[in-house]
Design a binder for this molecule. Structure first.
Ligand SMILES: C[S@@+](CC[C@H](N)C(=O)[O-])C[C@H]1O[C@@H](n2cnc3c(N)ncnc32)[C@H](O)[C@@H]1O
Length: 270
């Protein structure tokens, strides 16, 4: 039987493992995710309905790319609180306009009792799968909901599916990732009390990357779950894709990528 202590140690090892991942890809992250970010922004703009006077926090904000766009498009008066534990991702974020970096995990940030009734809008875009122990009593979701002002809105985006064919060894890992994304959205629903209105919807968007960029993304393990694959497995996977799907696609041709995300919106009753 796995003891509580073993479970905690495993989670700690996993979070250090992912910290390494973000350290390694920080300087290329915006390049890898440029096209995907363009898909997320309209969804977030619509669900968050940010007004210029709002105080906004982005949790697991990465390089601040989403925050920068939201800041500019919403004409915000104040920078967005960008909470992320990765020093390297925050180094990239701090160079952007409209970003106020806070180098902390979500758990550290929201365990501060002073972070109550502070924000009009809180978002987490494809980061909640990194939350540690989100189902523990008094855990991160309680803190997030407490941090909202009455009438405030929290939006969480989880990926349900990316559609380009993946190679076999990656398919299994990504299925685990999608499962975790669904699980984490259920945990959020469980934490929402009576003083909130909740809605969920699946949203679909498409984007395109050239074949050479797609392979580069795979080789650099742009999905954090690819960290579990060796270089050899990735090379074999690319050969598999080339033989089975992309033999006739030129390096600069676009490969269409389709993503389905689950958007959970929680509005704290005023
Ligand atoms: C997939 S990236 C998403 C970044 C950004 N939201 C975006 O859409 O580009 C996940 C981010 O979550 C951060 N992260 C990892 N553990 C975290 C935690 N416990 N609390 C908050 N953020 C965390 C990572 O450092 C990383 O920057």
């Amino acid at each position: 039987m796995v003891s509580w202590k073993d479970g905690q140690e495993k989670k700690l090892r996993l979070s250090l493992f992912f910290a390494d991942h973000y350290r390694n890809i920080a300087d290329k992250y915006d390049y890898f995710y440029k096209e995907a970010h363009q898909g997320y922004i309209p969804i977030l703009m619509k669900c968050l309905d940010v007004k210029p006077e709002h105080v906004v926090a982005d949790i697991g904000s990465g390089t601040g790319a989403i925050a920068k766009d939201l800041f500019e498009l919403s004409g915000l008066h104040n920078p967005i609180w960008c909470v992320d534990p990765s020093v390297e991702m925050q180094e990239v974020a701090r160079q952007k306009k409209g970003v106020y970096p806070v180098v902390k995990t979500a758990e550290e940030f929201f365990s501060n009792p002073q972070i109550s009734d502070r924000f009009d809008r809180v978002l987490t875009n494809v980061s909640a799968h990194h939350f540690v122990n989100p189902d523990a009593p008094g855990a991160v979701y309680k803190g997030i909901l407490r941090s909202l002002r009455p009438g405030g809105i929290f939006v969480q985006v989880n990926v349900l599916k990316h559609s380009p064919p993946l190679f076999k060894s990656a398919n299994k890992l990504m299925s685990q990732f999608y499962e975790r994304e669904r699980e984490i959205s259920s945990l959020l629903l469980r934490e929402v009390g009576l003083n909130a209105n909740v809605s969920q919807q699946e949203v679909f968007f498409s984007w395109g990357v050239t074949k050479s960029k797609l392979y580069e993304c795979y080789r650099c393990r742009f999905f954090s779950f690819f960290q579990h694959l060796s270089d050899d497995q990735i090379e074999e996977g690319i050969t598999e894709l080339e033989n089975e799907h992309y033999q006739n696609v030129k390096e600069d041709d676009l490969i269409n990528y389709e993503s389905t995300v689950l958007v959970t919106r929680v509005e704290k009753v005023a």
